[in-house]
Design a protein around this ligand. Structure first.
Ligand code: SAM
Length: 293
């Protein structure tokens, strides 16, 4: 529908045009009435109708399940804005502690860190990724930075959307090793473009699940450009046993490994190795480590 009419003071051709437009609106918008009819030529009303039209259009777009916007996940997310907003609300109240990072599963933290250290070993060293600098994405307070990455890399950078986590990392949790953190990026990953050609390893743990398919794919593309030669990106996350599973409480979506592989390949990355974390109790969703370049 062409809505680009102007108020030219009532010339006859404009009259006709407005009347036709009004009829068109009337057919679509039953609320219009005779008094509105009389004023339907006014620029003001035209404007009003136009903004109402767009308001309802935007409302409808918000209602479209993500699966229709980017058809990889099987489960729906009823609007990206709400998805991220809810995660912000959730983490605002999470304490800056290891307990906070692990939810109800603090007891598996050591097993998790040990599994990560063993996995990482395979990709760094002579002829493989260097050990100069790594980036921890969705780092939280730096549980992985401290337990896995700082013992290997000379320098580190951390990225997380929550300022109170990063502050706690710097002021307390990392102790003297905080001196080796070059930069703390307080960013939403869906808006973050890490610097190009900078990192030997990029680690992202339990945060891919907080990005929509579309944003995850875009972020992985940025990460690829951000790796140095021989650099490796390692993702560690919950993988659904079937399809995709949305947790509305913290706004996270767990995907089946095949779905994750599909997103990774769409981002132009190649999977070097995928390995399931062992030693977690059965109640915990399967956790996989995926190395890619
Ligand atoms: C479950 S915690 C994991 C923290 C850390 N990776 C670990 O394994 O200990 C998830 C972290 O992701 C961060 N996060 C969630 N959504 C994010 C987003 N869209 N952008 C940046 N950080 C996000 C949260 O603030 C939180 O620190």
């Amino acid at each position: 529908m062409d809505m680009s009419m102007e108020d030219d003071g009532g010339s006859s051709s404009a009259n006709l045009e407005h009347r036709a437009a009004h009829r068109a609106f009337r057919e679509r918008w039953k609320e219009t009435d005779d008094s509105m009819c009389r004023h339907s030529m006014s620029f003001h009303l035209h404007h009003r109708l136009r903004s109402d039209f767009f308001a309802s259009y935007l409302y409808l777009v918000e209602k479209i399940p993500l699966v229709q916007l980017f058809p990889l996940t099987c489960e729906f997310i009823s609007g990206e804005k709400q998805f991220y907003h809810q995660a912000q609300r959730f983490y605002r109240d999470v304490p800056a502690s290891e307990e906070g990072m692990m939810g109800d599963f603090l007891e598996i933290s050591n097993t998790d860190l040990e599994g990560s250290r063993q996995f990482l070993k395979r990709f760094v060293g002579p002829g493989k990724a260097g050990t100069h600098r790594a980036l921890d994405c969705g780092s939280g307070i730096g549980r992985v930075t401290k337990g896995v990455l700082l013992p290997v890399f000379e320098k580190m950078e951390m990225a997380d959307m929550m300022e109170h986590f990063l502050l706690h990392a710097h002021e307390e949790y990392l102790g003297e090793d905080a001196d080796r953190i070059e930069t703390y990026y307080c960013f939403n990953l869906q808006e973050f473009k890490p610097p190009k050609n900078k990192y030997d390893v990029i680690w992202m743990q339990w945060v891919a699940c907080h990005l929509t398919d579309k944003d995850l794919m875009t972020f992985l593309c940025h990460c690829k450009k951000s790796l140095r030669p021989n650099g490796v990106l390692i993702m560690k996350d919950n993988m659904a046993r079937q399809g995709c599973k949305l947790d509305p409480l913290d706004s996270s979506i767990s995907r089946h490994l095949d779905i994750m592989r599909s997103i990774i390949s769409r981002a132009g990355l190649e999977v070097l190795e995928a390995q399931r974390q062992e030693g977690f109790p059965d109640v915990v969703m399967p956790v996989w480590m995926i190395a890619m370049k």
